[in-house]
Design a protein around this ligand. Structure first.
Ligand code: 5GP
Ligand code: ZN
Length: 118
């Protein structure tokens, strides 16, 4: 069923506590944890607890939870004190864009000079 945990999904396993992660914050609907391979001094993944393959599917099925993910990313930027220097919130979507885990997630990147792509 849409949104249900997937047995073969790494991020569902992190939500369930079956795979360890450095969890920074958790809400009723989201979990935020440090990326295992950080690309910036602050590199946090914010994920919905429900399983959707990407940001578009999440936002279509659960717009309020998509909002929760965005709000958490912004609040974590402030908590990590990268809000004054600037930060980026990225949703890679599709293998061609570098998505490797097909459970919607926001990358929060900050704390250094971020390469300008767009
Ligand atoms: P994507 O490339 O799909 O946008 O992002 C997936 C991210 O998950 C990558 O930045 C990768 O480093 C991170 N990642 C992959 N496996 C793990 C893991 O087991 N634990 C954590 N904390 N991050 C992971
Ligand atoms: Zn999942």
């Amino acid at each position: 069923m849409a949104g249900e945990p997937q047995a073969d999904c790494l991020f569902c396993k992190i939500v369930a506590g079956e795979v360890p992660a450095t969890i920074v914050r958790e809400t009723e609907t989201t979990v935020a944890f440090r990326d295992i391979n950080p690309q910036a001094p602050t590199h946090i993944l914010v994920i919905p607890k429900v399983h959707y393959a990407n940001a578009r599917e999440l936002a279509t099925a659960e717009p309020a939870i998509a909002g929760d993910v965005l709000r958490e990313a912004g609040e974590l930027a402030a908590e990590e004190k990268v809000d004054t220097t600037g930060y980026r919130i990225v949703f890679n979507t599709g293998p061609g864009a570098g998505q490797t885990i097909f459970h919607a997630h926001a990358h929060l990147l900050g704390g250094c000079d971020l390469q300008r792509l767009v």
